[in-house]
Design a protein around this ligand. Structure first.
Ligand code: NAG
Ligand code: NAG
Ligand code: NAG
Ligand code: NAG
Ligand code: NAG
Length: 484
């Protein structure tokens, strides 16, 4: 079973904007709304950090420890929100008729879509926008139970299908779960659910993921999707929500990267997670010895904050950092090191080598002089990849997830992309419900539709959107240690 992991550091939550980007290529008749944000200074006690770190490791462990899973062409972009200083990255989808926008974690490490439902009474569901099946004329209940178990809890409910839109694309009968039980730590306001962006082979629901339906039906100009993720980790002025970068479906955006995209194939026949084989890691200029075969497999995972790997290799990375030491208690599996040390770790997956910035390696400051490193040790199940390469790495590259040939590509970020890092003046993306560029049936082929939605749809979208915004705006601050 697949579980998903977001690893948000959880402190105070504030309200945010939904984000649904304008469809491409034609400008949308979209509606948008600005929501104010509250920001809180980034102050975490050592205990908070330790507790979060322990939860992060155990949750990644749980996510990857069990993998007995059976569990007209265009492109468009969705603007991302960076939540809690790079802890998680969310975008938005619109669901139903009329469409209502929801914030969802964008997770290349799992393959199911789920939303908290209207009837969810769990604390985790209070104050967030929840899905109300009876408000959508196109919703169909499949009456099949759904459950995902996470390291820190579970989400369960029923499978249904409805029109789901993202980045200007629509899938008319996307299967997703409407969850009525959600464990305390699974959702971090204003996020209502999770969008899995890995392959159908590991979907707990068994359903084709939104992205895979679009890619396999040739709806995209190119059969790939791409991320540019921002960094606010090393910025003490960062608010709980900041501009998070760009998610593009069906194309790469050449203004966000420079040079070639270095693609490396997913091992043949292993389309499940977005797997890559690690060919080299260096730490402070020295190569680390990497086990071969399945021990070198890594899942490239936007839904994981840090980087987990085998104990021996992770120890070797820190062995090159003077005065680093293994953590104990809740920090077991993590390492501490002097904050004054500038750390240079690089990773390669068969081709070019990519550097992780010192700002990303330095995951947390534990005390005046002591910092927590972003690599932690992890032992995954025998069917799961040994390494989980999360946002610590992905913030340093433009990343491309290609359906065919199945591969992952990385490129250097452009100056325009880099300029978004730490830029607290950038607007947090606001909610828009764009119109569809093309409608695809999850079970059939692609059909073409006009680019703009009918005015009547737009009008009803407004009231739905206003409603979900109100729900978000009335949310009280929630203090919780979150991890999925
Ligand atoms: C993982 O598998 C073990 C044993 O097979 C089980 O006890 C545990 O509950 C599973 N964890 C998850 C998250 O499914
Ligand atoms: C779907 O139908 C089942 C009964 O078959 C019901 O328990 C469930 O609440 C329904 N789900 C939704 C989202 O309407
Ligand atoms: C954060 O790190 C980046 C990259 O290393 C650096 O350019 C920037 O100045 C740092 N920002 C702060 C506020 O320290
Ligand atoms: C490419 O990204 C830039 C910067 O985020 C954005 O302004 C532009 O609209 C994007 N282009 C396309 C075609 O999506
Ligand atoms: C980081 O290490 C790599 C590999 O040794 C080296 O090529 C690169 O120049 C180093 N970068 C910095 C900023 O020191």
């Amino acid at each position: 079973m697949v579980s998903s992991s977001l690893l948000p550091l959880a402190l105070l939550v504030s309200l945010s904007a939904n984000v649904l980007a304008a469809p491409h290529p034609s400008p949308p008749s979209s509606l948008s709304m600005d929501l104010k944000r509250r920001s809180s200074p980034r102050a975490r006690s050592q205990d908070d950090i330790a507790a979060w770190a322990a939860a992060h490791r155990s949750n990644v462990q749980a996510k990857y420890g069990n993998t007995s899973s059976k569990q007209k062409r265009s492109s468009g972009q969705n603007l991302i929100v960076n939540q809690k200083s790079d802890s998680s990255f969310f975008g938005s989808i619109a669901v139903g008729t009329p469409p209502v926008a929801y914030d969802v974690i964008l997770d290349t490490g799992s393959s199911d879509l789920w939303l908290a439902g209207k009837t969810c009474l769990s604390d985790a569901c209070s104050g967030i926008a929840t899905f109300n099946p009876s408000s959508s004329s196109s919703f169909q209940n499949k009456s099949e139970p759904f459950q995902i178990t996470y390291g820190s809890g579970e989400a369960s409910g029923t499978l249904g299908q409805d029109l789901v839109q993202m980045a200007g694309f629509s899938v008319s009968n996307q299967v997703f779960a409407v969850c009525d039980v959600v464990s305390d730590n699974l959702l971090n306001n204003p996020v209502s659910g999770l969008l899995g962006l890995a392959f159908q082979t590991i979907a707990s629901s068994g359903a084709s993921p939104l992205w895979e339906t679009l890619a396999s039906s040739n709806s995209w100009d190119q059969p790939l999707m791409a991320f540019q993720l921002t960094r606010f980790n090393n910025d003490s002025n960062a608010g709980d929500l900041q501009a998070g970068g760009t998610f593009t479906m069906g194309a790469t955006n050449s203004s966000l990267f420079t040079g070639d995209i270095d693609y490396n194939d997913i091992p043949a026949g292993e389309e499940s997670y977005w797997l890559q084989t690690i060919s080299s890691i260096t730490s402070q200029g020295s190569a680390i010895s990497i086990a071969s075969g399945s021990s070198a497999l890594a899942a490239i995972d936007t839904g994981t904050t840090l980087i987990g790997g085998p104990e021996e290799e992770v120890a070797a990375i820190y062995a090159n950092i003077p005065n680093s030491k293994a953590g104990t208690g809740q920090l077991e599996g993590y390492y501490q090191y002097p904050c004054s040390t500038t750390v240079n770790v690089t990773m390669a997956f068969g081709g070019k080598s990519w550097a992780i910035s010192n700002a990303d390696f330095q995951a947390e400051q534990l005390s005046k002089d002591t910092c927590l490193g972003a690599f932690f040790s992890l032992s995954t199940g025998s069917n799961a990849p040994a390494w989980i390469v999360g946002d610590t790495f992905l913030k340093n590259v433009y990343s491309v997830f290609r359906y065919n040939p199945a591969s992952v590509g990385f490129a250097e970020l452009s100056a325009a992309a880099l300029a978004q890092n730490g830029n607290t003046d950038l607007a947090i993306p606001s909610a828009t419900i764009g119109s569809a560029a093309a409608t695809v049936s999850a079970t059939g082929g692609a059909t073409r539709e006009s680019h703009n939605s009918a005015p009547s749809t737009a009008a009803s979208s407004l009231s739905s959107l206003a409603l979900s915004a109100l729900v978000i705006a009335s949310t009280m601050l929630v203090s919780t240690l979150q991890s999925i």
